[in-house]
Every structure is written in C-alpha cells, then in structure tokens.
Ligand binder design. Structure first.
Ligand code: ARG
Length: 415
C-alpha cells in the first residue's frame, strides 16, 4: 500500500538489519509522520528527498528500538514482600512515571507489561499515548489471572483480612469472565500464572496452578478477543500444560526439559527466560524486602534456568527478550544481553530476541498488517536507537544507548 510522501529523514552510516543480521552502509531512513516510509541508500535519495529536514546519525550503529517482553513498570524494586502492601495502584502508577522514562532512556521503546494491580498499567500506557509523560509504547495485561492462593494472589495476610487479588478466578467460566473483564478495562494481552512463583509467599514453583481445562478456556477466550497469552511457569508440569493449552509464550520456563523444548519448538511457542534477574535477587533482594522463603526458592531456580536456557537455544526454540524489570531496577533492562550471550546465544540472536522476534510474538500490526515495532521497515513506528561501536561484536554496548528516537522524535540525546 502507498504511504503519503516522506516528510523527514535520518542519515545513517551503519544500519543493522535485524532480520538478516547485515550491517548496511550509508542508508537513509525516510519518515512519514511517526512511521518509517522507506529505507534507501543515501546515494539514491531524490533531489526532493535531499531537501527534507534531517537528523544525522553517522558514526553510530543504528537499529530498531529494543523491546522488553516482561516488565512491571508499576513495581518499585525497593518495595518487595510486605512493603508492597503499602503501595496503592495510584502510587504504583506514579512510580511508573519514572520507571517508564528510565526504560525509554535505556533504548527500550516498547514493553509488554505483565501484571499490575488496579489496572495502573492501563493508565500508564494511556498517559504515555496521550503525550502527558515520556515512556515506551506499552502493551499491557492488567491484573494477572490465577487461582485462589496462586502466584498472582495476595497471600501475605491471614484470612481475617480477606485479601484477594483482582485477577483471581477459579473454574473455566469464571476465568472466561475474568479475561473478558480484563479486556473491557483496557488489557491488550492476557497473563496468567501456571505454577507457583519465587516472589509470592507460600507458593511452590514446582506446583501447577490451573487445570488443563481452565488453561484451555483462558487461551480460547483470549484468542477470541484477539489477545496473546503469556503463561508464567517455572515447574515442568505447568510448563507442559500451558504449552498444551496453546499459550503464545512461557515466561521464566525455568525447569523446562527436552520433551517440552521439543513441543515448544514444534508449536512455535516462544520462551521468555529472564536469566539475569536471579543475580539481583540473590545479591540485593534481602535489602529490598524479599522474603527469606523467596530467596530460598531463587537458589533452586536461577542456575537451572540458565542451563535450560542454553539447551533451548541449542534446540532452536523461538525466544523473546524479557527481564522482569520491576523486580530489579528499571532502566537496567539491557543488562541481560550479555547473560544471553554467555549462556549460548550469538549477539545477533540476542538482538533479534529483543527486536524482530519479540515483535513477532507481540503480533502488534498496523492497518496494513505490517509490524508496528521491532523492525525498521515501511509502516513500522520510527522507533530507533543509536549505539557507539558494534553491538554484534560487543553486546554490552547495548547497556549504553547514545540516542533514542520514538515515533520520529528524539527523546534521548548523547550525554
Ligand atoms: N516474578 C518471578 C517469580 O516470582 C521472578 C523469578 C525470578 N527468578 C528467576 N530465576 N528468573 O517467580
């Protein structure tokens, strides 16, 4: 389909095509409002195009803005465990304002926010879209769904307080209703917990949460509404059940085995494995209020998750980049890249996991069916980052993004 005429351009000397992994020399990115119009060699710009207002990114490696598929922008990493009980959804949304800015400045121009109390993520997304505050494009889940006492429930208080999280639903019908309600109040995606978790009180990471029947009802309902489904799962049985139910991604996937890896590969299910965060939890978690039982659980998860990540990479399973930022400091999302490489990915695979692959999992498209994010191609948002040096040779360079452009506007300039 034909877009209108370009109205500005970005000059590059080294542009990374994240699909092919090729570094292209001397390309011009032509923009039309907030989107990419086309990409042409600088030498082939027409006379009219040469007169357009331009931004010169020569000297940098230029690539699409990064995507983090698992964040909690409304979570303050200094307030874990019982401290979090003090945090109202309004306070969390206000915290999210700084978290969103830090994330965008780190070069992450899109995030998927997987779980927020009181739909604070919906309001944060809307405030960013309305231009009130700076932040990445957000695809949000609203409250995570789970069973009573599950990882997403509030399990900190005894029964006299009758505390229950908003996402709790039991049985296929109630789960369908909860999916519908989350969509009604603004969710783009559906998140549920298929096993216990590390950071929730009194849940077992190996214990499954929800029956296959419940998961199937959830997935069918979400897909009918056009929403992808992310399943939090550490334990093997919960991973397998979620795969069988047809979820779009398994989050954490800590205890995945060879059979489940094969099944994920055959179905094209993505794994989103947060292989950095364990270091943070074990080193700084206690000071942040993480419960001793959670620290003990983390000691059983972190290292095995990394080994299983390595197996899954070798098997060629689809992977998308997700960090669980919010458990740890916002804006440090890129710290995980070197862990991915250390545990078996090539730098290009790591970059693809945070760009084109993440975008394919999100499946967020414009009216022409083109990907909105994760690629620099006609029709995508002009979300662009510039790095000094070559991240294909030195992946850590992604921890220091010089320039961030969102929707064609420079939102971060070199320090
Ligand atoms: N939100 C996750 C949970 O509570 C964090 C797990 C972090 N640990 C890890 N090794 N990835 O279960």
């Amino acid at each position: 389909a034909l877009l209108a005429q370009p109205d500005k351009l970005i000059i590059t000397s080294q542009l990374l095509d994240v699909r092919s992994g090729k570094l292209l020399a001397d390309q011009a990115i032509l923009l039309q409002q907030d989107r990419v119009h086309s990409i042409v060699p600088v030498a082939k710009l027409s006379t009219a195009e040469q007169t357009l207002p331009r931004t010169d990114l020569s000297g940098y490696t230029v690539m699409p803005g990064l995507i983090d598929m698992h964040v909690h922008l409304t979570s303050n990493p200094a307030e874990h465990g019982y401290r979090r009980l003090q945090q109202t959804p309004a306070r969390q949304a206000l915290f999210g304002v700084t978290a969103a800015a830090a994330t965008l400045n780190a070069g992450f121009t899109t995030v998927r926010n997987l779980g927020a109390a009181g739909f604070a993520d919906v309001d944060l997304r809307n405030a960013i879209n309305d231009g009130d505050i700076a932040g990445p494009r957000m695809r949000v889940s609203g409250p995570s769904l789970c069973m009573t006492g599950g990882h997403c429930d509030n399990n900190l208080l005894p029964h006299i307080y009758q505390a229950s999280a908003a996402g709790v639903a039991n049985g296929a019908d109630a789960i369908r209703a909860k999916v519908r309600s989350n969509m009604k109040y603004g969710a783009d995606v559906i998140k549920f917990t298929a096993t216990g978790g590390v950071l929730s009180r009194n849940t077992d990471v190996n214990a499954s949460q929800y029956s296959l029947d419940e998961m199937q009802a959830l997935v069918t309902e979400a897909h009918d509404r056009g929403a992808i489904v992310a399943a939090h799962a550490h334990g093997l049985q919960g991973i397998k059940r979620a795969l069988q139910a047809g979820v779009d991604s398994i989050e954490h996937a800590s205890f995945i085995d060879d059979d489940a890896i094969k099944l994920a590969k055959r179905q094209g299910t993505y794994l989103v494995m947060d292989v950095y965060v364990s270091d943070y939890i074990l080193q700084q978690g206690e000071a942040a209020g993480i419960l001793p039982e959670s620290l003990a659980k983390e000691r059983t998860v972190g290292q095995l998750q990394r080994q299983n990540f390595n197996k899954a990479v070798k098997a060629g399973v689809k992977m998308a980049y997700g960090t669980d930022a919010g458990v740890y400091t916002h804006g440090l999302n890129a710290r995980q890249f070197s862990y991915l490489v250390q545990w078996g990915m090539t730098p290009l695979q790591a970059i693809q996991s945070a760009t084109v692959n993440a975008a394919s999992l999100l499946n967020w498209r414009n009216t022409q069916g083109q990907l909105n994010v994760g690629v620099l191609e006609a029709g995508a948002y002009a979300d662009i980052i510039a790095v000094t040096g070559n991240p294909l040779q030195q992946i850590e360079l992604l921890q220091n993004i010089a320039i961030v452009i969102k929707g064609g506007h420079m939102v971060k300039t070199p320090d």
